[in-house]
Design a protein around this ligand. Structure first.
Ligand code: 1BO
Length: 272
C-alpha cells in the first residue's frame, strides 16, 4: 500500500469511503475491506454509521494501530464546546480512544472559522485525534484556515475524479503541504462506459474504475471509493501493479468538464 504524506501524517493512498453505507452492510463491508488489505476507513458524524464502522473494525481482527480512521465533524457542532462534545460522542460510537484524522466536514460561515479551528486543535491536544484537517474547503477557505489554525492541517477532502477539474484546490493544498483526499473518485460509477477509460484500461488489463483510482494515486492523491459490493472492494484495491504513462494521465485529465461536479448542496461554498 502506498501512502500520501502530509506534515507528520501518513495517509494510506487507498481507503474505503462509507458515505451512504449503513447498518449491517456497512459493518460487513468495513470488515471485508480490512481483511482484503485496506488500511484506511473514512466515516463522518452525518453518515450515521460510526457505530457500524467500529463494529467492522473490531470483527476484522486487524490491529487498531494498523488502520487509519477518519471521521468528520458536522457543521452544527462547530461552536467550540459542541465540537469537543460531538467528537467524544463519535469516539463512543466508534468505541475508539482516538481517531487518526478529524475533519471539519463543510465550511460553515455562521461560526467564525478561527473559533472552530481552535476547538479542532484543542481536540487534538486532548488526544481525541492524531491529526486534523478540512473537507470541502475552497482555495480562499484553505488559505484562511491555514493562517488561523493553531495546529497543522494535513488535508482537504474534496470530490475529485476525471470529470471534475480540481487543479486550483490541488495547487493550494500543495502550497500549504496538505494532502488531497478524493471522495467520489470514480464519479459514482459514471466512468464505467467511458471510452477513454475503457481503452486505457484495456491496454493494462484493468477496469475503468481501476484506471481512475490509479490516475489519482499517481497524482499523490488519496482516494476513498465507496462500495457495498465485496467484489468491487477487491477490484478497487488492485491498482498498485501497473502504471499510467504521462500521455495517459493527460488524456484522463482532459475528461474534466464544467458540469462534472456531482455533490452540491445549498450550503456549499462558492466553488473554485
Ligand atoms: C454530505 C456528505 C458529503 C461527502 O462527505
Amino acid at each position: 500500500m502506498l501512502f500520501v504524506e502530509a506534515k507528520s501524517a501518513r495517509i494510506p493512498a487507498l481507503g474505503l469511503g462509507t458515505w451512504e453505507l449503513d447498518g449491517r452492510t456497512c459493518a460487513r463491508v468495513v470488515e471485508q475491506a480490512l481483511r482484503l488489505g485496506y488500511r484506511h476507513i473514512d466515516t463522518a458524524q452525518v453518515y450515521d454509521n460510526e457505530r457500524e464502522v467500529g463494529d467492522g473494525l473490531r470483527s476484522s481482527g486487524v490491529r487498531r494501530d494498523d488502520v487509519f480512521v477518519t471521521t468528520k465533524v458536522w457543521t452544527n457542532h462547530f461552536a467550540p464546546h459542541d465540537l469537543e462534545r460531538s467528537v467524544k460522542e463519535s469516539l463512543v460510537r466508534l468505541r475508539l480512544p482516538h481517531v487518526d484524522l478529524l475533519l471539519l466536514h463543510w465550511p460553515n460561515p455562521h461560526v467564525p472559522l478561527a473559533e472552530t479551528l481552535g476547538a479542532l486543535a484543542h481536540a487534538k491536544r486532548l488526544g481525541l485525534t492524531r491529526h486534523v484537517g478540512l473537507s470541502n474547503f475552497t482555495v480562499a477557505l484553505i488559505e484562511e484556515a491555514v493562517a488561523a489554525s493553531p495546529e497543522p492541517l494535513v488535508c482537504d477532502q474534496v470530490e475529485y475524479h476525471p470529470y471534475l477539474d480540481q487543479s486550483k484546490v490541488r495547487a493550494a493544498c500543495e502550497r500549504h503541504g496538505l494532502a488531497l483526499v478524493a471522495y467520489s473518485p470514480i464519479a459514482k460509477g459514471r466512468i464505467k462506459h467511458d471510452e477513454t477509460l475503457v481503452g486505457i484500461g484495456r491496454a493494462h488489463g484493468k477496469t475503468p474504475a481501476q484506471v481512475c483510482l490509479r490516475w489519482l494515486v499517481q497524482q499523490n492523491v488519496a482516494a476513498i471509493p465507496r462500495t457495498s459490493r465485496i467484489e468491487r472492494l477487491s477490484e478497487n484495491i488492485e491498482i498498485f501493479d501497473f502504471e499510467l504513462s504521462q500521455e495517459e494521465m493527460s488524456r484522463i485529465s482532459a475528461l474534466a468538464h464544467p458540469k462534472g461536479r456531482l455533490t452540491d448542496f445549498g450550503f456549499a461554498p462558492k466553488w473554485d
